[in-house]
Design a protein around this ligand. Structure first.
Ligand code: DOR
Ligand code: ZN
Ligand code: ZN
Length: 352
């Protein structure tokens, strides 16, 4: 007898769906299939597309494409850029939240000047969250802005001991900061780069074993969400002379986290807080009625061949996990059954 457990529809607040401009890596149809196959029914898509989501016209076109194509529920981030900073109030109605990139990563979106940061905090609507790609001392910049403008800041993919400890200190002082960590920063470390090469390259880069230990230790208090940072690139791109950073994650996140539950590294209740309750509360996401995920607790091996993501590979290929998604029900419809995604493009809802 294998155990079956039932979870609420999970939420990923950090996904790259690559529309517009990167549809050879992923698109709304394939990315939302990957989400559902991984037990995720609601996702927030990042704005570092080509062109980026920094202009109302681009946002409107992207939302129209989403309405046509998505198979699970999707909201969009708007992006901050110095050149288009006056557009923020016009962008806000289309977006669930604002994303600011303080450090180098894939794409050209970057904010490195104080006037642009001030404009973000002064003109972005207070009821919508500001999320940051901030590493090392940039985390201190984000905490300073949260304190100065007395408004919430969410830190994406925190990966180092120094960062999580700084956020723990800020929270202890009552500052309105929250953070997410990714499964790849919890289950891989620098040593995996020998085996995986550029398939283990992402931003932030993999941490040391000590960084990883700090993330696990803070999973029970400081960390608010698990987020995938699903960042698909083709195998050819990853094996090229100029490989882009990023790895897929939508289809492996839940199985990895449930494996940690079987190893008593976190409780099932804590997993639900990190992958459903907190993401929904932080981003004020709508409820999904009659929605749940059924998971079989039995040994399985993660395989590239089983991926629905267009990129077709995962850094966890060959890894043994303790769970597999059996069925997903979204608003009363069976949308996944035994690895088959049944949801039609356009059946997902767009969150505004
Ligand atoms: O590794 C990453 N890839 N980190 C990011 O911040 C962006 C992402 C991407 O878009 O490929
Ligand atoms: Zn990032
Ligand atoms: Zn990202």
């Amino acid at each position: 007898m294998t155990d079956t457990i039932t979870l609420p529809g999970l939420i990923d607040v950090h996904t790259h769906l690559r529309v517009p401009g990167g549809e050879h890596k992923e698109d709304f149809v394939t990315g939302t299939a990957a989400a559902l196959a991984g037990g995720i029914t609601q996702i927030l898509a990042m704005p570092n597309t080509s062109p980026p989501l920094t202009l109302p016209e681009v946002m409107a076109d992207t939302l129209a494409a989403a309405r046509r194509d998505v198979r699970c529920d999707v909201g969009l981030f708007a992006g901050a850029s110095p050149e288009q900073i006056d557009q923020l109030p016009a962008l806000a109605p289309y977006a669930v939240a604002l994303k600011i990139y303080l450090n180098d990563t894939f794409g050209k979106l970057r904010v490195e000047d104080v006037p642009t940061l001030r404009a973000c905090f002064q003109t972005w609507p207070r009821e919508k969250l500001i999320a940051m790609h901030a590493e090392k001392q940039s985390v201190a910049v984000g905490i300073g802005l949260a304190a100065t403008y007395e408004r919430p800041v969410h830190f994406c993919h925190i990966s180092r001991r120094e960062e999580i400890e700084l956020i723990a200190d800020a929270k202890m002082r009552g500052l309105p900061v929250t953070c997410e960590v990714t499964p790849h920063h919890l289950f891989l470390d620098v040593r995996d780069r020998e085996r995986l090469g550029m398939l283990a390259d992402m931003r932030p880069v993999l941490g040391t074993p000590d960084d990883v230990a700090a993330l696990w230790a803070h999973l029970h208090d400081t960390v608010d969400c698990i987020a995938t940072d699903h960042a698909p690139h083709t195998l050819a791109e990853k094996q090229s002379d100029n490989p882009p950073p990023g790895v897929a994650g939508l289809e492996t996140s839940l199985a990895l986290m449930l494996t940690a539950v079987t190893e008593n590294r976190l409780t099932l209740n804590r997993l639900i807080e990190l992958m459903h309750t907190n993401p929904r509360r932080l981003y004020h996401l709508p409820a999904q009625p009659d929605t749940h995920v059924e998971v079989e607790m039995r040994p399985t091996t993660i395989r590239n061949e089983a991926m629905h993501s267009k990129c077709g590979w995962t850094p966890f290929h060959g890894r043994a996990v303790a769970a597999r998604v059996k069925r997903v029900v979204l608003r009363g419809q069976v949308v996944v059954e035994d690895g088959m995604v049944l949801a039609q493009p356009g059946s997902g809802m767009v969150i505004e």
